[in-house]
Design a binder for this molecule. Structure first.
Ligand code: ZN
Length: 281
């Protein structure tokens, strides 16, 4: 599940490795992940990679010919660099960018869903594209004060994961952030006082910062299929809270699980699944 820290380290590593590389050809095999047709992928041939960067949970590969590949990995995609071309039987490939010298940048997707997507856009059209224009402010490194953003009657857990509200946080890191600032996943955005808003903002920056720092030391090329996510709360239900020792709890909602410390986040109350689905409406 790539979120802001995972996409950020991917962008940094690919930027270091690809800057200046010449593109030989590009194609989108199999089921078409490519959502644009003009300019065509063939327009990339002969251009050089100018850089790789992140916007929200999106990756952008910019060329010296003022084109940009906008990539959304969704839940199971990876953008990876290989020293060899993909074999004809690689069914995970959604986009192949062949580079001079035999290397290949590959958008791969694992699992049964085919949700990852790519757009090829003029670089100066990226910010106006719906996927980018609809994003809220970046959660890292310096989000704006949260008061105006979160002043709505929605629980924090879905609110912070809403990319239109704030960009980059997903279902893994939201658990870590809310645990860090000791806020209930179900506290409503418009119920936060000034101190809580400040604590939450600090927790967002610190948590994402720590994750990126961890990846800086741990992630080398080739970027592995599974990144070593340094999570202490998400998917750790049943284990002792690393801060107070209380058993971490979890509630299931739709197809995901929210983990939290009942002692520090919900005043020793265990949240029931039924109550959660009502609250999250
Ligand atoms: Zn605790």
């Amino acid at each position: 599940m790539p979120e802001l820290p995972e996409v950020e380290i991917t962008a940094r590593r690919l930027d270091e490795a690809l800057r200046g590389a010449e593109i030989v050809s590009a194609l989108a095999p199999g089921v078409n992940a490519l959502k644009t047709f003009d300019p065509p992928l063939s327009a990339l041939a002969g251009q050089h990679v100018g850089g790789v960067r992140r916007r929200g949970k999106h990756l952008l590969v910019d060329t010296d010919g003022d084109l940009s590949l906008l990539v959304h990995l969704m839940s199971a995609g990876r953008l990876q660099l290989f020293d060899k071309l993909a074999g004809p039987r690689d069914r995970t490939s959604r986009l192949l960018v062949r580079l001079a010298g035999g290397r290949e940048l590959r958008l791969r997707e694992f699992g049964t869903k085919q949700a990852a997507w790519v757009k090829l856009l003029p670089t100066d059209a990226v910010e106006a594209d719906d996927a980018i224009a609809s994003l809220g402010p970046e959660a890292w490194p310096a989000p704006p004060p949260l008061g105006g953003l979160l002043d709505v009657a929605r629980p924090l857990h879905p609110l912070l994961r809403d990319q239109h509200v704030i960009a980059g946080i997903g279902r893994s890191w939201v658990d870590e952030i809310l645990w860090t600032c000791r806020l209930s996943p179900f506290k409503r955005g418009d119920d936060l006082d000034a101190d809580e808003l400040a604590r939450l903002r600090e927790a967002i920056v610190d948590t994402l910062d720590r994750a990126i720092t961890h990846y800086e030391g741990a992630v080398k090329l080739p970027i592995p299929d599974k990144l070593p996510m340094p999570l202490v709360v998400h998917r750790h239900e049943g284990e002792p809270c690393p801060r107070c020792g209380t058993t971490l709890a979890a509630v299931h909602f739709e197809d995901y699980v929210i983990a939290y410390c009942p002692h520090e986040q919900t005043q020793d109350r265990l949240l029931k699944d039924r109550r959660l689905s009502r609250l999250l409406k």
